[in-house]
Design a protein around this ligand. Sequence first.
Ligand SMILES: [Zn+2]
Ligand SMILES: [Zn+2]
Length: 276
Amino acid sequence: MIVAPLGSGSAGNAYYFESDGTGILVDAGLGPRETRKRLELVDRNIEALKGLVITHEHYDHIRGAERIARKYGIPIYLTRGTMNASRIDFSEANVIVFENNSTFQIGELNIHARRTLHDAADPACFVIESRDGTRVGLASDLGQADPTVVNHLSNCDGLFFEANHDLDMLRMGTYPWSLKRRIMSRFGHLSNDDAMNAVQRMMGADLKTLCLIHLSEKNNHESIVRDLATRLLQRNGVQLELGIAKQFQPTGVYDIRRRGGPRRVTLPSGSQMALF
Ligand SMILES: [Zn+2]
Ligand SMILES: [Zn+2]
């Protein structure tokens, strides 16, 4: 699976995923022209997109969705809560509503959606799965990495996960106290420390690529996140490809393939009895 973060953070989010000829965007927080330009920088064409999958209704994740959808005839996938809360007129766009905590398909991709904790109507994170069983998780804008999200994103081959702020920088920074409190709340954003704790719990033997996303421009720095993540990997004796997503340019193109062969299907406990 190819994954290319085109932009990540409060000035606009868009992540390109592609496998077996199906290309989609998760979030469309950049306008049509900027999205087109950044896709061209990673040798992709906006017209070929098969869908825009939206995590939640905040402006930095949805700003370009309606215009991109209308201009290029690309369907928008979102939860009903996100659609209703977005205050965007989707009447001329092709909108497909998905249920949180369910799986849907776009072309050759399976998308497993899971509800997250954030100050939005019905926010989602995703595991995107290709035909050969490669799984890539993406979760951003999390007040808390609650056990269901951690569980959902475990056993991935690639992980794109929020590390929003350094707690001290946020506390000492210039944001008004009300905004600081919102960011720190369980419906806000994930601190670097909370992100590392969650990554530690999600890191399975298959994880090949880890990219930290949605860094705050004011209250974080790439070098802080890189140091923390590097130390985490060293402590755990893990070697993998580490990335920090950029806000104003594509971060790069990750080619994420399963380390092993095709993934074994795990039978739910209890159903094994039925085999005998
Ligand atoms: Zn955001
Ligand atoms: Zn948000």
